[in-house]
Ligand binder design. Structure first.
Ligand code: URP
Ligand code: ZN
Ligand code: ZN
Length: 463
């Protein structure tokens, strides 16, 4: 199949320029001047006049079909990846989870089974190691050969996903030797559990106490500790879902010392706040995730981090739970509200609107944080993450004037609410291509569940 995308403004992390994109059998074969167009016989043309042609979004933090806190995230690999495609995302990296006592092999096989035949866009897996022991450390080598080159460890959730400092250090040392990247969910879960116990004893049971029992300092301390352990190991480290300004200060300090330290934030921390947790009735439960919402003033600190490059990536941490029947599990006490929010479809929409349209940064910086930097850090580059000759034709034709409602009924995620009900954004995809196939056109899904392929990733590279 030969396809031409013509008349658009191509955006990479470095440049914006007028040009045509030539695609043959799913691969970009040329980026050409319009005057050369006659030399390319295309079977299909997309006219991108007045629009941007950007690499498809890469979301390196999703939880599809994930068992968590006594329930399971609502989107599976079919519904979640279709929703992602609607929002312009063409690759995800989801988290396979090793249960305590389980091998990494069994965990990875289980996640392959969840995704195969269902995913509508390409996908990879990180591995959550919840049982760092000699055998899982040994197994990490085999995983690398299968294209699983990144790990997530937790200083949060004691008794479940938590690892102690020694386990984190050993995993980082092993990852360093393998050229892999360790991510950290950095909150001091042990201290948080004390604060939770004390809050509940005082009768503080409403959703807003989810934030008061996870104060900023517990994120800053755990972030500092994770960065120190990475320094001891001589390994790169990636802090997921950073939300506290004080945690960002730690990242900046280590980066200024030249250490390979990276961090992502998520749209919910740029657009929601503790004000949402305090909504009437039990509505605040819709905004319960960890780390928690922070005061609204902190949003600007995160935007500044994105603008300056102190934060490298915006990923979603997509982990949707219905309000009815799932979030409601915590009506009696906030500790039973499943942690997580729906975002896989709205990431590019929100960050374009609040970032590019609001004048905080330009389209190239947007592309860098949405696609190029995550592709480099997580071993997808140069196959994915840029508009370049030889790359997969995972592309988004983006209309900066297209309006999109963020109401639940206008979106495709399998969840019964939207955190952004009533909000309309400007800037949305008209066409989304996965390896040269148009999978979304003018809001219609044209792809196929099962067409997404598992991507074997190479090792970490600096971004
Ligand atoms: O609240 C969250 N973040 N839920 C998903 C699991 C995690 O910690 O990333
Ligand atoms: Zn996490
Ligand atoms: Zn997560």
């Amino acid at each position: 199949m030969r396809m031409l995308i013509k008349n658009g403004t191509i955006v990479t992390a470095a440049d914006s320029f007028a040009g045509d994109v030539w695609i043959v059998d799913g691969t970009i074969v040329a980026i050409a001047d319009a005057r050369q167009r006659a030399a390319f016989a295309a079977e299909r043309e997309i006219d991108a006049a007045g629009k941007y042609v950007m690499p498809g979004g890469i979301d390196v933090h999703t939880h599809l079909d994930m068992p968590f806190m006594g329930t399971t995230s609502r989107d599976d690999f079919q519904t979640g990846t279709i929703a992602a495609a609607h929002g312009g995302t063409t690759t995800i990296v989801d988290f396979a989870i090793q249960a305590r006592g389980q091998s990494l092999r069994a965990a990875l096989d289980a996640w392959h089974a969840k995704a195969e035949g269902k995913a509508a866009i390409d996908y990879g897996f990180h591995m959550i190691v919840s049982d760092v022991n000699p055998s899982s450390l040994e197994e990490m080598g085999g995983l690398g050969a299968e294209g699983v080159t990144s790990y997530k460890l937790f200083t949060a959730y004691p008794g479940a996903l938590y690892s102690d400092d020694g386990q984190i250090l050993r995993a980082m040392q092993r990852a360093r030797d393998l050229g892999a990247l360790v991510s950290l969910h950095a909150e001091n879960g042990i201290a948080i559990n004390v604060l939770i116990e004390q809050a509940v004893a005082r009768g503080e049971r409403a959703p807003r106490y989810h934030a008061t029992t996870r104060p900023e300092v517990t994120e800053a301390e755990a972030t500092h500790r994770a960065l120190c352990l990475a320094e001891v190991a001589g390994a790169p480290v990636y802090i997921v879902h950073l939300t506290a300004a004080r945690a960002l200060e730690e990242v900046v300090r280590f980066r200024d010392r030249g250490l390979p330290v990276y961090a992502e934030t998520c749209p919910q921390y740029l657009f929601c706040s503790t004000d949402d947790l305090e909504r009437e009735g039990f509505e605040g439960a819709k905004y319960v995730c960890s780390p928690p919402m922070r005061p609204r003033a902190m949003q600007e600190e995160l935007w500044r981090g994105l603008r300056t490059g102190h934060l490298q990536v915006v990923a979603t941490d997509h982990c949707p739970f219905d309000f009815v029947g799932q979030k409601e599990m915590g009506r009696e006490v906030f500790t039973r509200i499943p942690n997580g929010m729906p975002t896989i479809e709205t990431r590019l929409l929100l960050v374009w609107d609040g970032g590019v349209r609001a004048g905080r940064f330009g389209p190239s910086r947007f592309v860098e944080m949405m696609a190029t930097a995550p592709a480099k850090l997580f071993g997808l580059y140069p196959r994915k993450g840029s508009v370049a000759v030889g790359a997969d034709a995972d592309l988004v034709v983006w209309d900066p004037d297209r309006e999109q409602s963020l109401a639940a009924r206008a979106l495709h995620m399998r969840v019964d609410y939207s955190p952004y009900e009533g909000r309309t954004v400007r800037g949305a995809p008209t066409h989304v291509l996965s390896r040269g196939t148009v999978i979304v056109e003018d809001g219609k899904f044209l792809g196929r569940p099962g067409a997404g392929r598992f991507v074997k990733r190479s090792g970490y590279a600096p971004a």
